[in-house]
Write a new protein. Structure first.
Length: 223
């Protein structure tokens, strides 16, 4: 079976989108990649021929067991590389996504294991995303979206979605990075912005509620 970088990108995207809703429609894939519907349909049929997805034209695709295995391998490569680029090479968390997107396709299993060993077999990447183990298992933790916090609940950020570099820089400027303490002190109506106290100094920041959905937190206590 010939698995190209393009195929790897598609199964990884389908795996990611499946975590929100399955099956994954062609329309959602088109929005994710920014491609036309015919381009998506052509690739989905190719994935079906490779037995990497189960495809139903009216509903969408689900990864097969083989497809999921490939997706998890790519995600492991990507997140280990991101952490390595941050810890070993000193790159910032907003720089590493695009570099890892390229390198994940050429990383050998031997080098992957050396990187994992060098990093101490980590469970989470610089953005707090779980790193799949070699056997495909995913580290679990109890977390929720920042938007679900009640007023005056104190929580710790554990994960920030990592695809957009400009968004990561903006959130970092607000102090909204993994391990930061946050508390919602006010909500504007009609899905308006959230007013947050951030960090030990409780610096007040205002955050668009759409951005808040991209942040996962663990609740620590209420006051």
């Amino acid at each position: 079976m010939r698995i190209t970088a393009g195929v790897q990108d598609y199964v990884k995207a389908i795996y990611t989108l499946q975590q929100e809703e399955a099956p994954v429609s062609n329309g959602r894939l088109a929005s994710y990649f920014g491609f036309s519907a015919p381009t998506i349909t052509e690739m989905v049929k190719k994935l079906e021929n490779l037995e990497l997805v189960d495809y139903q034209a009216r509903s969408g695709v689900r990864l097969t067991e083989i497809g999921e295995k490939i997706a998890l391998e790519m995600i492991r490569h990507h997140r280990l590389l991101e952490l390595y680029l941050v810890q070993a090479l000193g790159m910032s968390w907003d720089e590493v996504h695009d570099e890892a997107e390229v390198l994940e396709h050429v990383l050998s299993e031997a080098l992957e294991e050396r990187i994992a060993e060098y990093l101490g077999h980590p469970q989470f990447d610089p953005h707090g995303s779980p790193i799949p183990a070699r056997d495909g298992s995913i580290p679990q933790r109890d977390s929720c979206s920042l938007t679900l916090l009640e007023l005056n609940q104190i929580a710790r950020i554990v994960e920030v979605e990592d695809r957009d570099a400009a968004r990561l820089r903006y959130l970092a400027d607000l102090g909204l990075t993994p391990n930061s303490i946050v508390m919602i002190v006010a909500r504007a109506p009609f899905d308006g912005p959230l007013t947050l106290n951030v960090g030990e100094q409780q610096t007040q920041q205002v955050l668009d509620s759409r951005l808040a959905t991209r942040i996962q937190v663990q609740i620590e206590r209420s006051i």
